[in-house]
Design a protein around this ligand. Structure first.
Ligand SMILES: C[S@@+](CC[C@H](N)C(=O)[O-])C[C@H]1O[C@@H](n2cnc3c(N)ncnc32)[C@H](O)[C@@H]1O
Length: 216
């Protein structure tokens, strides 16, 4: 369970989440077996709700892993919608492609293999929603480009912005996460909330999810 919200509350939220399906449960197990930091079903449900709410047709994801969060996102797309998702690790990307096929979403998901920091220069917007869940050190560097790729009214959703509470001075007695990543996320959060193109709120769900809407 999480480091932010008490376990009992997280269990309750998990109990209320009726959106998971057996395939997602299976892929989550696959992720756990490989020790992959994939989102939890509650964050998956948030992604599905946000993408549905804005009628997303084009979504960009940074950090595919094995396609778990991508399936939550692509499942909100219409038949002619598209998720473009970027993954550095070719083996994970190959597994993700298989998982999108298993979910019946193979025609709606384009898995791009490579360094997302470079690939984002090659994709064309506008996107309705961007989900940033790649390398934490790249969050800051990619911010400008990701906001440029969003349509006005589009959403930038960023995972792990509370980083186990370690971005909050004094919250944890013994830090366990990489200090450079912690600094990078703390800096990113400050940039996010002071970026005049965005209105941002941070949800203390799981590891912290920032939701930003592009206002100009
Ligand atoms: C937190 S995991 C993504 C989890 C996935 N979004 C999910 O919840 O199912 C981060 C992923 O980003 C990938 N990654 C790391 N650096 C990257 C980079 N520079 N470009 C693209 N992907 C990268 C990692 O290989 C890893 O699979």
């Amino acid at each position: 369970m999480g480091d932010i919200v008490p376990d009992s509350i997280e269990h309750y939220l998990a109990h209320l989440n009726r959106m998971t399906d057996p395939l997602l449960v299976d892929i989550a197990r696959e992720g756990r077996d490989q020790d992959l930091p994939i989102v939890d079903p509650e964050v998956g449900a948030l992604l599905r709700v946000l993408a549905t709410a804005i009628g997303a047709r084009r979504i960009l994801e940074i950090g595919t892993a094995i396609g778990y969060s991508g399936i939550w996102l692509a499942g909100a797309l219409p038949a002619d919608g598209m998720l473009m998702t970027m993954e550095l690790n070719p083996d994970r990307a190959a597994t993700a492609r298989k998982n999108f096929e298993r979910a019946g979403l193979g025609d709606r998901a384009n898995v791009m293999v490579g360094d997302a920091g470079l690939l984002v220069a090659k994709v064309a917007g506008p996107f309705d929603l961007v989900f940033q869940d790649g390398a934490k050190m790249l969050y800051g560097r990619m911010l400008d480009r990701l906001v440029t790729l969003l349509r006005p009214g589009g959403l930038l959703v960023t995972d792990n912005v509370l980083w186990g509470g370690e971005v909050v001075p004094g919250h944890v007695a013994a830090r366990s996460r990489n200090a450079d990543d912690t600094r990078a996320i703390a800096d990113y959060n400050e940039r996010l909330v002071s970026d005049e193109r965005l209105r941002t709120t941070v949800l203390p769900l799981r590891d912290g999810v920032a939701v930003s809407v592009k206002v100009k």
